[in-house]
Design a protein around this ligand. Structure first.
Ligand code: CU
Length: 135
C-alpha cells in the first residue's frame, strides 16, 4: 500500500497538461505603465494582444486565451495550469485591464496568456517583464 501511494505521488507530480499551440504571430504586451515608470498606487495596468483573441476561461475557441498578470515573480512553469495567487492573477472573465494596489517600492509586472484551461501556450506567449516604482 505504501508503495502504491508512493507511485501515485510520483505520477501526480509528473502529470503534465497538453499545451495549446500558440497562434502564428501571437504577441502579448503591457500597454501601460511603461518600463521604468514611477507611478502611484492603485496602478492601472492595460493589456495588449496581437494576432489572437480573448475568450473567458473555460471557453474553448480557436486562437483565443485569457490574460494573467505576474507580479513580482517569474513566469509560471509550462504544461500545467498557471497558479492562482497574489503573484499570478487570472483574468478569466476576458478583462483587458486591471487596477492593483502595490506597496511603495520597485515591482515587476509581466503578462502571460493562458488557454481555456489556464495552461500557457506552446511556445509561451508572454510579454517582456517591466519594472515600475510605486511612490
Ligand atoms: Cu487563467
Amino acid at each position: 500500500m505504501k508503495r502504491i501511494t508512493a507511485i501515485l505521488a510520483v505520477l501526480m507530480s509528473a502529470a503534465l497538461w497538453a499545451a495549446t499551440p500558440a497562434p502564428e504571430g501571437a504577441e502579448v504586451y503591457i500597454i501601460s505603465p511603461q518600463n521604468g515608470e514611477t507611478v502611484s498606487s492603485p496602478v492601472t495596468v492595460r493589456f495588449g494582444l496581437k494576432n489572437m483573441g480573448i475568450a473567458p476561461a473555460g471557453v474553448e475557441r480557436a486562437n483565443t486565451g485569457h490574460h494573467h498578470l505576474v507580479i513580482d515573480a517569474g513566469l509560471p512553469p509550462p504544461m500545467q495550469p498557471i497558479p492562482s495567487s497574489a503573484n499570478y492573477i487570472h483574468f478569466g472573465g476576458g478583462q483587458t485591464e486591471t487596477t492593483i494596489e502595490l506597496a511603495p517600492g520597485k515591482h515587476t509586472l509581466q503578462l502571460v496568456l493562458g488557454d481555456y484551461q489556464h495552461v500557457p501556450f506552446d511556445p509561451n506567449i508572454a510579454s517582456g517583464q517591466i519594472t515600475i516604482t510605486v511612490e
